[in-house]
Design a protein around this ligand. Structure first.
Ligand SMILES: [Zn+2]
Length: 295
């Protein structure tokens, strides 16, 4: 019979075996992969055998120490922000939602002009204003969006299941996206958009979750219902830096979290005005969301 003591002893043995396996795999990684930092001061095999194991992979490239991965973080984040700033205007070429609703006969010119004026004054989304004024229904908005983009509509009031993939709740709320279904075997995620889909978000989710993403639309009510359900699963594994950060600060912050968590991998994507950093392979999975300034 297993007593509490043997269970504890058993789990601690398993823990030790796993820890030593982890050490060995890190040591191997250090030996097999040379540090990517060209100015790395410690590149000899003897040093790789004896030095402290505190390296990490930044966007798939191995760096041997905190000083080296901070250099890597800085270079990688800078390149990512610059390349995205250049391609910023590529994906926004659809008929605006208001015009779409007008062409479908759901709105009059006067109603649309009034909503556009409110949008200019308050910055609120046109769809939200129209819904709030009861000028259109949720179904009309969702169906106009779906027709505009050629994506399917996800049925409302379907069962909600826990998914094995995680998107930070901050991004879910900000961009009104909702992970709906995930097929493990083919790693395909069905991602619902309650607003017009933003391809930068789609690309970011695809990259960080390492999966294919299929977009669809969900009604705002369905989005809110699922958001409430998600909020019950409170999470402490995302940290938001909503003050604008420059690249050097982003590299410092990410480097410090890698050290604290003992993370082995850091991956990045840009999602709107935030840099999304996912740290894995450490004490826990952690998402950092840092608002950045492109300079
Ligand atoms: Zn190095």
């Amino acid at each position: 019979m297993l007593t509490t003591e043997t269970v504890q002893k058993g789990s601690s043995i398993v823990g030790r075996v796993l820890a030593s396996f982890n050490m060995a795999s890190r040591r191997l990684e250090t030996l097999v992969n040379a540090c990517t930092n060209p100015e790395c001061p410690r590149r000899s095999v003897r040093q790789a055998l004896t030095r402290k194991l505190d390296g990490a992979a930044v966007a798939g490239q191995w760096f041997c120490s905190p000083a080296c991965y901070e250099t890597g973080l800085h270079r990688h984040v800078s390149a990512l922000i610059t390349s995205t700033a250049r391609s910023r205007t590529l994906h926004r070429a659809r008929i605006p939602l208001g015009l779409m609703l007008l062409s479908r006969g759901h709105l009059t010119h006067e109603q649309l002009n009034f909503a556009l004026e409110q949008h200019r004054l308050t910055g609120a989304r046109v769809g939200d204003i129209l819904l709030e004024l009861n000028l259109v229904t949720e179904e009309q908005v969702t169906s106009a969006l779906a027709a505009q983009w050629g994506y399917p509509i996800f049925p409302s009031n379907t069962a909600i299941h826990h998914l094995p993939v995680r998107i930070p709740q901050y991004l879910i709320t900000l961009h009104r996206i909702m992970p709906l279904h995930f097929v493990e075997a083919s790693r395909r995620l069905l991602l619902g958009f309650a607003d017009g889909p933003d391809h930068r978000i789609l690309t970011a989710v695809k990259h960080i979750l390492a999966c294919e993403v299929e977009p669809c639309f969900i009604a705002m009510g369905e989005f809110q219902r699922r958001l409430q359900w998600l909020n019950l699963e409170a999470t402490t594994s995302e940290v938001i830096f909503d003050r604008t950060c420059q690249v050097a600060e982003i590299a410092r912050v990410a480097g410090s979290y890698i050290r604290q968590l003992g993370a082995q991998h850091a991956n990045f994507a840009l999602s709107g005005n935030h840099l999304w950093v996912r740290l894995t392979g450490g004490k826990q999975l952690m998402d950092l969301l840092l608002r950045f300034r492109a300079c």
